[in-house]
Design a protein around this ligand. Structure first.
Ligand SMILES: NC(=O)c1ccc[n+]([C@@H]2O[C@H](COP(=O)([O-])OP(=O)(O)OC[C@H]3O[C@@H](n4cnc5c(N)ncnc54)[C@H](OP(=O)(O)O)[C@@H]3O)[C@@H](O)[C@H]2O)c1
Length: 300
């Protein structure tokens, strides 16, 4: 397969490109500096010149709180850019795998969200990503929309990296970190999601697909797991409610971000692993090992 990856320096873009290369695909990975997806001429030029079999559109403006203050930029980067990618894919017959988010839901539902549940975004970021999904759907059966959640990878900023950095400085300080215990979801690791995105491109899958690692947890619970995986005491984190965040974050987050991977399960595609396995691997890659020999329990 010839695969073109946008946003290739981002967390997921990097690992989609790496997975495709490892599988023997011909890959062109274009970082933001090489391809600004809001530039229609540049997008048409890149895709019609290289004529890929598939495009993994991983580029997005993911700064959720900043999106709240600049809806124009958010919709240009996360929705209009998808129109350009769709137009270019249409010209060369390329399949599109477009990335989207749990933030398209309001999080009020009591059960996990399935692909057929009605989106109702509460943030500008979520609304811009939903608009991007609708742009992608214009490609009909030649597009898959992959909604994922709580993305963590080796290449980029994420909560695992942030927690490990803080923990190094604050080791032994009980309750030094505070994370919300009233927002729940599925942490997802690009080392696992990257190969799945590649497979969905190869199989030319269509429609909306929820794809996350398995295991439901709150942010507080997830940070406990991060600390445990790195051998820090889990008492370093204390639970707070969203209402206690000071200052409050500009963009509201869904309380329930849990995505039921119903389509994958019904399609015979193996679900991604329980999140603690790739978490342990990422913690090791980031230079932390689980010290089972030093007396720290390693479990919350
Ligand atoms: N991160 C999450 O927790 C999360 C959760 C659910 C869904 N998603 C979705 O998953 C996908 C991948 O996210 P990620 O975690 O890999 O995000 P990421 O690490 O922020 O990567 C996104 C990449 O897109 C690039 N980009 C931004 N604007 C661009 C533009 N106009 N043209 C070209 N590239 C541009 C960014 O480059 P610069 O940094 O240089 O601007 C960055 O390298 C996105 O669609 C995101 O919406 C992410």
């Amino acid at each position: 397969m010839r695969l073109l990856v946008t946003g290739a320096a981002g967390q997921l873009g990097h690992d989609v490109a790496a997975a495709a290369r490892a599988a023997g695909d011909e890959v062109v990975g274009l970082a933001h500096a090489q391809l600004d997806v809001t530039d229609r001429d540049a997008v048409l030029g890149a895709i019609t010149t290289w004529r890929p079999d598939a495009v993994a559109h991983c580029a997005a403006w993911t700064a959720v709180d900043a999106c709240e203050g600049d809806p124009g930029r958010a919709f240009t980067a996360n929705a209009l850019a998808v129109r350009h990618v769709v137009e270019a894919c249409d010209r060369v017959g390329a399949h599109l795998v477009h990335l989207s988010t749990d933030y398209v839901f309001d999080g009020e539902q009591r059960r996990p969200y399935r692909e057929w549940d009605e989106p109702a975004p509460r943030s500008v970021y979520g609304a811009s990503k939903l608009a991007g999904e609708r742009e992608a759907l214009a490609l009909g059966p030649r597009a898959a929309i992959v909604r994922t959640s709580w993305v963590c990878g080796e290449h980029g900023g994420n909560v695992v990296r942030t927690v490990l950095r803080s923990a190094r400085d604050k080791v032994d300080q009980h309750g030094a970190l505070a994370f919300v215990d009233d927002q729940r979801g599925h942490p997802t690791f690009t080392a696992d999601l990257g190969p799945l995105v590649r497979r969905l491109a190869l199989d030319r899958r269509s429609g909306i697909i929820h794809a996350t690692n398995q295991g439901e947890v709150t942010w507080y619970g997830f940070v406990q797991q991060v600390l445990a995986a790195a051998g820090y005491p889990t008492s370093m984190v204390r639970p707070i409610s969203t209402a206690e965040l000071d200052p409050p974050r500009p963009a509201p987050r869904p309380a329930n971000s849990v995505l039921d991977n119903a389509v994958l399960a019904a399609s015979g595609i193996p679900l991604l692993r329980e999140f603690r396995q790739p978490l342990g691997e990422l913690v090791a890659v980031l230079g932390h090992a689980r010290p089972s020999q030093n007396g720290i329990s390693g479990r919350p």
